[in-house]
Write a protein that binds this ligand. Structure first.
Ligand code: C2E
Ligand code: CA
Ligand code: CA
Length: 740
């Protein structure tokens, strides 16, 4: 794990944990908020109830004050002694003194039918009429409804014996602020109760009385309704935590307010349960902390398994190198950088040359070991190059990407890479010597797609492999065209197979005396557009694109059909490694041989070394079946393969064919002669036949004879020849006639 991943992990962890912590804390805060809200609501409801109680209590209080004067004003005697003719001593006795002394009224007035003041009694003593003036405004407001009610009542009917009171009290009250004090002011119409005395006129006298809302009244009220700290306040005064009820004048203006400290049962409850509440909060905090801690562990596990999954998804399990997916991801990031800020990229596609042979001969474990060793070397190489990285594409194909200033630097890197992989690997399976081919693409600003970069390097690799082992080839734009051509060729080849558009030619194999001993059947393909295409081109293509089995069958049928009646000469048929590896190939061959009615004994099957290297059960099975049927086996291109000697031990072949590359070198280098000599000796020691191919000159032939090889095939002794020309030599004329 490097620093970057740790940092990324931390931030990922934070990303996951912060919401969990936030949610838990949020839930806690919400809980506290709900509790506070509930307490508040509880308090509010309680205050609202107290307010309603105070309101109705105060209204009742006013009503009770009204009641006090009812017996005095609804009274025939009062009509007599107040309304009809004011009797001051009566007024003093029953109103002024009485109300002041017993009921706490500070002011008592009378006004007559014309609302003129007739009696003024303040704080237990008569006063001049002027002391009514401060009360005139409120009196006027109160008199209005009284006069209306009086008019509605109408004249008093004469008394009817035994009927009880004949009037209902007509009263009005209101609150007024006068001279810094707040008063309850009441007005009560003087009217007869039994009707023995008639009022003086249509409008009677009215008794107006005022009582201050003072300490005495307030403390009595507070005591009755269990209110704390009841006060009379200015309505505009700030309230703080106090409840209040406004007191209105009859005209609706707010004169004062009753204010008290409300009871707050919610807060009281909260107060009482404070320990409990703190305990609960502590518990909740603990729970939240535990949740966050637990989540941290879970998140850690999650991140770890995510990392494992990511690693698996992005790495090759055998070599632990990044895989194609990660390669593409990194390439994409590199290519996305603005041109000015990135150098050229050297993209190396590396393919091990003889990996398949190692895998096939020494087994998969050896192959795995080899791949791991190569991966380690590439990894080390990538580490030594700033900004470079390497990946395994699959099979024995690797990629090395490195930033570089120019093409020369990239070429030098490729050379280093080739050198590194060329060194043999010492393993428990012995010394593994494979080497590699490298395709190089120089990625500049024009390439922005990873797949395009890889394709260029891959095309170059394809060309490198075609050129032979251990080659470094740079990508050239014309390779695209070659690639296209290849695709076109593939389509044409498929079409040719469908239509059987192939034919065979036969090249003679002669002995030292020049006698033709055998013919090698060679496949030919003439395309309408492209002309004759060499099997050296289309056979490898057919092997790559899966057409070789079909083509192989075509060859067998055609050759058997054409050569069935040839006598006294052997016929060699080339069989591809892919055919040998195909399960059931031998069985198919038996069928074809049977339906062609041929004698296997006169046929050679030419196999390359790679065909036998594939040590699969199918190969062994096919080989044994061919031998059983009587076919002779020739090891083609001998000496070019990986482990010729091993093969001779393992497979009982009948003949070896010295590869034409050695023949071509004969007379040019001493080594070639030594090598050919060695091959011939080897063949002798295994008691195998030996033939040389590609013999073009007498000199080559002489050297071969000197080395002990007495069979030849090549342009010197005969070119590949159309079937009709060859057939004429072997088929009796009668037979030809028959065929015609
Ligand atoms: P090969 O089996 O090694 O076949 C011999 C090749 O050498 C033939 O090329 C032949 O034309 C060529 N040759 C013959 N004498 C000389 C000479 O003196 N000098 C030189 N330079 N070349 C000579 P061709 O026909 O182009 O075939 C190329 C390869 O294609 C063959 O190599 C063989 O591997 C493959 N091939 C050809 N026909 C078949 C076939 O029917 N089946 C399979 N599986 N492969 C075939
Ligand atoms: Ca051959
Ligand atoms: Ca050959």
């Amino acid at each position: 794990m490097n620093v970057r991943t740790i940092i990324v992990d931390r931030s990922r962890k934070r990303q996951l944990l912060v919401p969990i912590a936030a949610m838990t804390l949020g839930a806690l805060v919400l809980l506290v908020m709900v509790a506070v809200f509930l307490v508040d609501r509880f308090n509010e409801t309680a205050v609202a109830r107290e307010q309603r109680m105070v309101e109705s209590g105060f209204t009742q209080q006013l009503h009770q004050l009204d009641e006090i004067v009812v017996p005095q004003v609804d009274w025939d005697t009062a009509v007599e002694k107040i309304d009809r003719k004011l009797d001051v001593s009566f007024a003093d006795l029953d109103f002024g003194h009485q109300l002041f002394t017993f009921d706490g009224f500070s002011h008592s007035f009378f006004v007559d039918g014309d609302d003129k003041v007739t009696y003024t009694f303040v704080s237990g003593a008569h006063q001049p009429p002027g002391s009514f003036e401060p009360f005139r405004a409120i009196a006027t407001q109160l008199l209005r409804p009284i006069r209306i009610a009086e008019a509605r009542r109408g004249p008093i009917k004469p008394h009817a014996q035994g009927k009880g009171p004949i009037t209902r009290p007509i009263q009005a009250n209101g609150i007024a602020r006068i001279g810094g004090k707040v008063y309850v002011v009441m007005a009560s119409l003087v009217q007869p109760d039994l009707g023995m005395v008639q009022p003086k006129g249509p409008r009677s006298s009215v008794s107006i009385n005022a009582i201050p809302i003072d300490e005495t009244m307030l403390s009595a009220f507070a005591a009755r309704y269990l209110l704390d700290d009841l006060r009379l306040v200015d309505p505009s005064a700030p309230l703080h935590d106090r409840a209040s009820v406004p007191l209105h004048a009859p005209d609706g203006t707010t004169v004062a307010a009753l204010s008290w400290a409300p009871r707050q049962p919610g807060s009281v409850l909260m107060h009482r349960m404070v320990m409990l509440v703190f305990g609960a909060i502590a518990l909740l905090l603990l729970a939240a902390w535990t949740i966050v801690r637990r989540s941290a562990v879970v998140v850690d596990e999650l991140l770890a398994s995510e990392m494992r999954a990511r690693h698996l998804a992005y790495h090759d399990t055998l070599t632990l190198l990044p895989n194609r997916a990660l390669l593409f991801e990194r390439l994409r990031a590199m290519l996305a950088k603005p041109l000015a800020r990135r150098p050229k990229l050297g993209m190396l596609c590396i393919d091990l040359d003889r990996f398949k042979e190692v895998n096939d001969t020494l087994g998969h474990q050896a192959g795995d070991e080899l791949l791991k060793a190569m991966a380690d070397r590439l990894r080390a190489l990538a580490r030594s190059e700033p900004g470079a990285f390497t990946a395994r594409l699959g099979g024995d194909e690797f990629v090395l990407v490195a930033p570089a200033t120019d093409r020369e630097a990239i070429a030098a890197l490729a050379q280093r890479c080739l050198g590194t992989l060329l060194t043999p690997v010492d393993s428990e399976f012995g010394r593994l010597d494979v080497g590699c081919s490298i395709g190089v693409a120089v990625i500049d600003g024009n390439v922005r797609e990873p797949s395009l970069a890889l394709r260029q390097a891959d095309l170059a690799l394809y060309r490198a492999k075609a050129r032979g082992r251990g080659c470094i080839t740079f990508y050239e734009p014309e390779m695209e065209a070659a690639f296209q051509t290849r695709r076109v060729l593939e389509a044409k080849l498929r079409n040719a197979l469908d239509h059987g558009a192939f034919h065979m030619v036969y090249q003679p194999q002669v002995d030292a005396a020049g006698t033709i001993r055998a013919y090698e059947a060679l496949l030919r393909w003439d395309d309408a557009d492209l002309g004759a295409i060499s099997p050296a081109t289309f056979i490898p293509l057919a092997e790559e694109c899966g057409l070789i089995l079909g083509i192989g069958e075509f060859v067998l049928r055609r050759v058997f059909a054409e050569t069935r009646d040839w006598h006294g000469v052997r016929i060699a048929i080339n069989v591809s490694a892919i055919q040998m590896r195909a399960p059931g190939f031998a069985a198919r061959l038996i069928q074809i041989a049977a339906s062609g009615q041929i004698d296997p004994v006169k046929y050679d099957i030419e196999l390359t070394e790679t065909a036998l290297l594939t040590d699969t059960p199918a190969t062994t099975e096919n080989f044994a079946a061919l031998k059983r049927m009587g076919f002779a086996i020739v090891l083609d291109d001998f000496g070019t393969g990986y482990s010729s000697l091993r093969l001779l031990h393992r497979f009982r072949v009948d003949k070896i064919k010295i590869d034409r590359s050695f023949v071509a070198d004969l007379g040019q280098s001493i080594e070639a002669e030594t090598l050919v000599g060695a091959i011939v000796k080897l063949a002798r020691s295994f008691q195998l036949g030996v033939i040389a191919e590609g013999v073009e000159t007498e000199a080559q032939k002489d050297l071969l004879i000197a080395a002990g090889c007495h069979e030849f095939q090549g342009y010197l002794t005969g070119r590949p020849t159309p079937v009709d020309e060859v057939a004429a030599r072997f088929v009796s004329p009668s037979h030809l006639l028959l065929r015609a």
